[in-house]
Design a protein around this ligand. Structure first.
Ligand code: ADP
Ligand code: MG
Length: 257
């Protein structure tokens, strides 16, 4: 072999969609708040992950960093294997828009417009025509079980239905990762259960779903779980905790070449 082109096989070919390498966050102030200690985490395509922790443990801080809404004060974040922290803002926004969606506890819908318009706004600035935006919004609302509530405004929908609209809006761009921050926090338990069921069902169809919650019952429904305590990721210790990732393979020293 004359050209050293790396051919990735097996595990090495699985570039995580999101990879956090030692990300930490300190909020300035007196005293400064160390909300997140250096943390390593990989999120792969299609997986479902719950991050469980008490109030104040750093869940929203971690989620905002993983979702590129906030910058870590230490460490680096990679999206599709590319280091985001080094990119100009325009490029970061483009990556965020095409790869990442959010759902929040308080839905964040526009009160004055219908469900379908709320969802269609998820496709603004993507190059989709108005007609395509509406068509895709229709499909997304159908996928979350709201095909019969297209023209209703948020105020005319139940809390669970509003959260479904928010999920449809997040899904309509077909993100690689859907992040949800306490998505059942404003819902009664039966309604919350249905939302969790929907989120776990969404995971896998090309979209990873990452939920943060203080509710162990919610976390239990996800195939992968990690716990946060006082700004630290606890056991089970993530196997990816080696800072250098795939580079740390001392047995491929080329003895056979
Ligand atoms: P959780 O989502 O688990 O409740 P957060 O990530 O919101 O936790 O907060 C983690 C810690 O960081 C808390 O002690 C909180 O008070 C603090 N914190 C969060 N946001 C800020 C901020 N903007 N400025 C200062 N401290 C903050
Ligand atoms: Mg929070």
């Amino acid at each position: 072999m004359s050209v050293a082109v790396p051919v990735l096989v097996g595990e090495a070919a699985r570039v995580p969609v999101i990879e956090a390498r030692g990300v930490a966050r300190t909020y300035p102030g007196t005293p400064a708040v160390r909300a997140l200690h250096p943390s390593w985490l990989r999120i792969h395509a299609g997986e479902q992950l719950a991050i469980l922790g008490a109030s104040g443990s750093g869940k929203s801080t971690l989620l905002a960093i993983l979702g590129t809404l906030d910058d870590p004060t230490e460490g680096t974040l990679l999206v599709d294997g590319r280091e985001l922290t080094a990119m100009p803002e325009a490029k970061r926004s483009a990556i965020r828009a095409s790869r990442i969606s959010f759902v929040f506890q308080q839905f964040h819908l526009m009160p004055a417009v219908s469900a379908i318009e709320n969802v269609a706004t998820g496709l603004l600035y993507t190059g989709a025509s108005p007609k395509e935006r509406v068509e895709r919004a229709l499909l997304a609302l159908d996928a979350v079980g709201l095909g019969h509530r297209l023209r209703h405004r948020p105020g005319e929908l139940s809390g669970g239905e509003q959260q479904r609209v928010a999920i449809a809006r997040a899904l309509v761009r077909e993100p690689a990762v859907l992040f949800a921050d306490e998505p059942t926090g404003a819902l009664d338990s039966a309604t919350g259960e249905a939302i969790v069921e929907l989120l776990t069902r969404i995971a896998g169809a090309g979209t990873a779903v990452v939920v943060v919650t203080h509710d162990a019952g919610v976390a239990e429904r996800f195939t992968r779980r990690i716990r946060l305590k006082d700004g630290r990721i606890l056991d089970p210790r993530p196997p990816e905790a080696e800072p250098s990732g795939v580079a740390a393979s001392p047995n491929t020293g080329g003895a056979d070449r």
